[in-house]
Design a protein around this ligand. Sequence first.
Ligand SMILES: Cc1ncc(COP(=O)(O)O)c(C=O)c1O
Length: 405
Amino acid sequence: MKQIYLDYNATTPVRPEVLEAMLPFYKEQFGNPSSVHWAGRAVAGAIEKAREQVAALLNASPAEIVFVSCGSEGDNMAIKGTLEALKGKGNHIITTAVEHPAVLETCQYLEKNGYDVTYLPVDCDGRLNLEDLEAAITDQTVLISVMWANNETGNIYRIEEIGAIAKKHNIRFHTDAVQAVGKLPIDVQKANVDLLVLSGHKIGAPKGVGAIYVRRGSRMVPLLHGGHQERNRRAGTQNVAGIVGLGVACEIAAAEREEVYQRMRTLRDKLEDGLLAQIPEIKLNGTPDRDHRLPNTLNVSFAYIEGESLLMNMDMHGIAASSGSACSSGSLEPSHVMGAMCVEITLAHSSTRFSLGPETTEEEIDTVLEVLPAAVQRLRDMSPLYNCGKSSSEACLICETVRRI
Ligand SMILES: Cc1ncc(COP(=O)(O)O)c(C=O)c1O
């Protein structure tokens, strides 16, 4: 059976060019980048080259890039490190209800430690109202944190406008760009962001490496102490091979992004149009405006069925997709993103995310379009909700809600 991977927002395969560039750093180039001798110098040079490659993708300077172990560490460090540096200047943070847990749970931790946090709501399509954002600003607000693009729905947020608002009010602006980097054009100057986080394994680099862009002049207290690495901003011997891989992945993204964007967008649109046309009582989660959604992401709910059963059914056909975010799968709670978008609970439970990548082919999309409608119908035929038999005038709470789609 052919395997079809449509879960690129969870993680991506390492690009062959990336792996090739990394291998010498597991063999002959083994030095510690902090050592002053030849073995260390060669490796330190490779890290600096990667720093330039990452900076070039973001329109930043190499000195503004700090390497970390993953997106979650980057978000923690950007938020906690900035607040600690701004201690005494204010205790209010503004974020949104649809952030990744790396931001949401960091904010919840900070709430327990004396900070006030405003979690901005989103509308039923997951969009943010920037008037709400401006209205939430107080003289205590020191940080705004809004993701560039949402991992579950693919919704893209209006980062340039948010950056302008933050700048006008002299508030630091952090964006979790883990899902946006490599898929969208990113220019930290144009967007007025002070802190931006990216993760290697979402863009064809390995797991275990990420980076933070920290605007020159934005002080950030380190999370880890005990070494002078990364210009005193992150202690610990660097993951040299991972960093080299991240640099190459960023260089590839800069060269190929536009072409890959178009290809993924065409295939995603085909999948979206095909599913919406073939499957009755299906709901799109996220903005219907495709220009404001990541080109690779489609999130849909199927009335009357459980997302997990559908995932298992697809898995039997070799198709890998996901329900909610990868980090929360295994939990029976519907996703907080669906909750924030007021997606009715049974539909939230069936929310299914398809995320395409540069390697996705049209043949794979055609197979999904062949397999999925039949799988949905099979599961519906087994569902007591689907077969409840009540007429639309009778009160069946679940069916009533389902009929509102
Ligand atoms: C939007 C977003 N932020 C942060 C993360 C965490 O990144 P990492 O897996 O590198 O810790 C993810 C991972 O799914 C994500 O999608």
